[in-house]
Design a protein around this ligand. Structure first.
Ligand SMILES: [Zn+2]
Length: 329
């Protein structure tokens, strides 16, 4: 028996260097799993062809409520790196992340560098607001942080990841400048810069672009909106004369419709935005809004058009052309 154990130990020692978990061989791609659509997009940008990406959530999926499936858990266990948002956005993943910590899987929260920079807002004392990506300046920090982590996990390609991050951060700067100028144009009275949405995902977005923000539900969609939430927002819409409010692609539209009905009952003239907004999930890969940059452009254009404001031309360096149906209506 003891003899047998010794044989096994010898075999194990011989094959150990060849096991995938023991490290990365030259031609092998880094196995990365990403939870949300925006995390997956950032891995595609920074990891490029060096990363073999498995994306868990699709467009229209609510990360607050999404429960990892068996195949998700298998993919995460077999990964070298798991990239997620953190700050409890993926509320159903906690035990899986704990278990991965016991294995040789690196986990990386994209919120980490934003936390380090002291830029995380709180909904109420002690409850961090996880939607930091909706400020492109925070996404620059996430891009830089992810590049450093991939450089550590795959040192042979460190320069590749860092160069991708540097180029992408330049694009995000251009995106931010365009969006900030568009959202604070002098044609938009400051008192009219109010964004009402399904849930409280847009505080960072509002901060970035100088708009007040009100969600019908809180920062998580786990608690449903109450009748008094709906009446309170309807009161705000009526008293401030807010002309349009917005459904988010990952949240059922019923509460927004209830607010519109309640506000109209108070004599308000309010309608749905011309399109849904992307908050916790990006658009489908083949739709406009299927990348992070397109998602921000999509939201800015949709908000401006819903209130009847002009959309300034997009910087050419973003390489984005608005689809036909987004052209001025
Ligand atoms: Zn959310």
């Amino acid at each position: 028996m003891r003899q047998l154990n010794r044989w096994w130990l010898l075999i194990l020692l011989l094959i150990l260097p060849w096991l995938p978990l023991s490290g990365l061989r030259a031609e092998e791609r880094l196995r990365v799993v990403a939870t949300t659509t925006q995390a997956a997009d950032l891995v595609r940008v920074i990891g490029g062809e060096r990363a073999a990406l498995t994306a868990l959530m699709g467009s229209g999926v609510d990360p607050h409520l999404y429960k990892p499936t068996e195949s998700d858990i298998a993919a995460m266990s077999a990964a070298q790196v798991v990239v997620y948002n953190g700050l409890n956005l993926e509320g159903q993943f906690e035990t899986v992340f704990e278990a991965l910590g016991q294995r040789a899987v690196r986990t990386y929260a994209l919120s980490e560098p934003v936390v380090q920079a002291g830029l995380i807002q709180e909904e109420t004392a002690g409850v961090p607001d996880p939607h930091f990506w909706l400020d492109p300046r925070n996404w620059m920090l996430a891009a830089e942080g992810l590049a450093e982590m991939l450089a550590e996990a795959d040192a042979a390609n460190a320069d590749f990841y860092r160069a991708n991050a540097a180029a992408y951060i330049k694009q995000l700067e251009t995106l931010y400048e365009w969006a900030a100028a568009a959202m604070t144009d002098e044609s938009i009275p400051e008192t009219k810069r109010v964004l009402v949405t399904s849930h409280d995902a847009f505080q960072y977005f509002g901060n970035a672009f100088g708009w007040r923000v009100r969600g019908i539900q809180g920062v998580s969609t786990e608690a449903e909106a109450s009748v008094s939430d709906i009446q309170a927002v309807a009161g705000l819409v009526a008293s401030e004369g807010i002309a349009a409010i917005f459904v988010e692609s990952s949240v059922p539209r019923a509460t927004v419709e209830a607010v519109i009905a309640a506000a109209r009952a108070r004599g308000a003239e309010v309608r749905l935005g011309v399109r849904e907004l992307y908050s916790d999930a990006m658009g489908a890969p083949d739709a406009f809004g299927g990348t992070y940059i397109e998602m921000i452009v999509h939201n800015v254009v949709t908000i401006l058009q819903s209130f009847g404001y002009a959309v300034p031309p997009l910087p050419e360096s973003l390489g984005i052309v608005l689809p036909e149906e987004f052209q001025e209506r």
